[in-house]
Design a protein around this ligand. Sequence first.
Ligand SMILES: [Zn+2]
Length: 193
Amino acid sequence: MQNMKFLVVLSTLSFILPATLAAQTERQHDAHEHGVSELKIAIDGNLLQIELEAPGSDIVGFEHEAEGDEQKKALQTALSNLGDPMRIFDFPEAAGCSVTASKAAFELEHEEEHEGEKHEDEEEGHAEFHVSYSLTCTSPERLTNIGLKFFDLFPNAKEIEVAAVSGNGQMAAEIKQDERIIDLSPIITPNMN
Ligand SMILES: [Zn+2]
């Protein structure tokens, strides 16, 4: 009987633990950290896909629906800047990149999503900018360094967490406000396309 009981306890634990871990991972993903944006870059042949998620506080200084003329104007300006990847990045001329699609949106988080979070402005909830770009580059092998104009436009942004992938592998980097370059050389080779 003793053994039986032990077995039951063990199997209960192994059932609970992964579920708890999964919940934590999900919560971490949902909660953004003010000052920190996330950038995903994928290079596939001549295709360059970019996704950016930035806290509202970093970009416009608020995380609720725009109220009043000043906030509405700030939101409009931010969306028009974010909607143009050439204002956010400085792609190497030699890479020959041109924009084929871009999308920028300001998204308010749902109330239930920050249950259990400990943000100082929790009562206000959170909001993020979600941005995506598609570009084609005639010479993707020249994309070793992408310049960042993001921090000049949005001084409240302090850091960008970059995850990048190409046919040659993947990499991650943290770009601080005083750095203005994303070094993609670990995933760039002379023959990309
Ligand atoms: Zn927030």
